[in-house]
Design a protein around this ligand. Structure first.
Ligand SMILES: [Zn+2]
Length: 575
């Protein structure tokens, strides 16, 4: 991998970060929201038949079954109303025309498994460093973030979504380096669920004042010390902070072109209700399951959603009575909500589950599977090993004898080492596979997967996502780079023989993902009648060199006919 960047690359990175991070401010979001609502109200009066948006002069990959490429699409209200070629459209007061200037357009990307709700609960001014390849890159990202509006004295944080091996230095920054990067702000960088972590002088004063050991070099040891530091930051977080951070998480997804997020929940944090007889764990992926969604619900009620979220309820009961799962299934309405926010299903766990190592089937797993099937819930189950695939698929075969599961769209998630035999068994049940390229960050040839090629060639239902934001990146272009090259963040080929073509890979991130929430008629392709979600890219995904896939991002993102992100490069002729 390159350890130095050319001036051109640096300019590109600074530009991208400035543009991406400029959107990550509460003020900007609030202004846009109000401005959009005023404009929408004006249009309603002037255009009683609704508004049209026509995009012209593009290279628009529809990802329909014929992989049609067109030059123009028209959106009426929140759906695509015409898909075709330039010429013949009528310009009028109720039409907004967007000249794409030959740019590549894709359907809005659908991440079939991430943890964007957890991402929104990060304390401090969480700043993704997913694309940083060196400590110098972290400096550019942090300084752009601070310029975009972090008040001095407030914490800039990066909690999960990166791994030190992605940096040329192969380590976390030191206290001295972080002091130089952010002299006026305390900073906190944390790896994965439970560390290790690093901080600067201002951060060190905060943490040591709360009894947390910080090394002279700014290091905070993994596990208990890191979790204590994380909880110290959580202890000063307000509800408004959580709303800001949730809005930031959605804005970040929009700036990358991810327009739908299938959220797979969090672990039960110690002390939350029902913690007796449950798997309880603390770290970046933990929360109180009953209040965790409140900031998101607040933004939804106020019309401030930037991207779509689908909620999957995670529960990890130890008790035979499966109390939390039962509460969710009996009291929540499945597949209920609207096109922006909807309760979709259960997952990525429905019982306690061995997270690492040898697998014995959880004693309550058959009861949980039975309840999910009989109540008709969509369900996605995490697995990392063949043993886990066997546990899940065997139980699904058992329930399938009385409750057919094909109509329920059940899927196995990750499936890093799934065997051809298990793929065939799952396919026979009408199940699917949700594949996530998180080995990109720190994988090795001995710890790679999933076997994308074998799975795609089997003909089973399959889609893709990220499993961000603790051990993976929400950035889909890094995932697509991994899917198509088999290379990790250090540029080492680790998934040899299991790569996909670019067309195959992007199809898994778009058109194939509607199935996982039974929304294949709404999400994932640019076709008349489908929800008008699309991303205008800064480069041509289909022809840029491999390494440039990692630099792709949105220049304009539209969700449900609304421009939710625009970095100013695309001209919008607004009446
Ligand atoms: Zn998982």
């Amino acid at each position: 991998m390159t350890t130095t960047r050319s001036a051109g690359q640096r300019a590109w990175l600074a530009r991208l970060l400035g543009l991406t991070l400029a959107v990550l401010t509460t003020a900007a979001l609030a202004d846009n929201g109000e401005h959009d609502r005023d404009r929408d109200r004006d249009r309603e009066r002037e255009c009683p038949n609704g508004r049209d948006v026509t995009l012209v002069n593009g290279r628009i990959h529809t990802m329909d079954t014929a992989s049609l490429v067109v030059s123009t699409v028209t959106i009426h209200d929140d759906q695509f109303s015409a898909v075709g070629h330039d010429g013949g459209f009528v310009d009028n007061r109720c039409k907004q025309v967007i000249d794409l200037d030959g740019r590549t357009v894709l359907p809005g990307l659908v991440d079939n498994h991430n943890h964007i709700v957890l991402l929104g609960l990060r304390p401090g001014w969480h700043t993704p460093i997913e694309t940083a390849a060196s400590i110098a890159d972290i400096k550019l990202i942090y300084q752009a973030r601070i310029r975009a509006g972090v008040p001095s004295g407030q914490f800039v944080t990066s909690i999960g979504g990166f791994n030190p091996v992605q940096f040329a230095e192969k380590r976390l920054p030191t206290l001295a380096e972080l002091d130089a990067i952010a002299p006026a702000n305390p900073v906190y960088l944390q790896v994965s669920f439970t560390g290790p972590a690093a901080t600067n002088t201002a951060g060190r004063a905060f943490f040591t004042g709360r009894g947390i050991a910080v090394g002279a070099d700014g290091s905070i040891a993994a596990n208990a010390p890191t979790v204590a530091a994380l909880n110290a930051l959580r202890s000063i977080q307000t509800f408004d902070d959580k709303k800001r951070s949730t809005a930031d998480a959605m804005a970040y997804a929009a700036a990358l072109g991810v327009t739908s997020n299938f959220d797979m929940g969090g672990f039960l944090i110690p002390g939350s209700p029902d913690h007796e007889d449950e798997f309880v764990f603390d770290g970046a992926a933990s929360w109180d399951p009953y209040t965790a969604y409140d900031p998101l619900l607040d933004l939804h009620r106020n019309g401030l959603m930037k991207v779509r979220v689908r909620v999957f309820f995670l529960s990890m009961d130890n008790a035979a009575a499966i109390p939390i799962l039962t509460r969710r299934v009996e009291n929540a309405f499945r597949e209920f909500g609207n096109d922006w926010l909807k309760i979709a299903g259960l997952g990525e766990f429905i019982t306690n589950w061995p997270l690492f190592g040898a697998v014995v089937p959880p004693a309550n797993y058959p009861a949980a599977v039975k309840k999910a099937a009989e109540r008709g819930w969509i369900y996605q189950q995490h697995t990392l090993s063949s043993a886990e695939d066997n546990v899940a698929i065997s139980e699904w075969e058992h329930i399938n004898a009385t409750v057919p599961i094909a109509p329920l769209h059940w899927s196995v998630a990750h499936a890093l080492t799934i065997t051809p035999a298990n793929i065939a068994r799952l396919k026979a049940l009408g199940g699917g596979l949700a594949l996530h390229g998180f080995r990109y960050l720190a994988g090795t040839p001995a710890a790679a997967g999933p076997p994308y090629r074998t799975i795609l060639d089997s003909g089973i239902k399959v889609g893709a996502g990220s499993d961000s934001a603790q051990i993976s990146t929400l950035n889909p272009w890094l995932m697509l780079y991994y899917m198509t090259t088999g290379k990790n963040s250090s540029g080492v080929v680790i998934n040899a023989g299991q790569t996909l073509t670019r067309q195959e890979a992007i199809r898994l991130y778009t058109a194939e993902n509607g199935w996982f929430t039974k929304e294949e008629d709404k999400l994932g392709s640019i076709e008349v009648g489908k929800l008008a979600d699309l991303v205008v890219l800064n480069g041509d995904y289909f022809s840029v060199p491999d390494e440039s896939i990692k630099k792709l991002h949105s220049v304009m993102t539209i969700v449900g006919g609304k421009i939710v992100y625009n970095n100013g490069q695309v001209r919008v002729r607004d009446r």
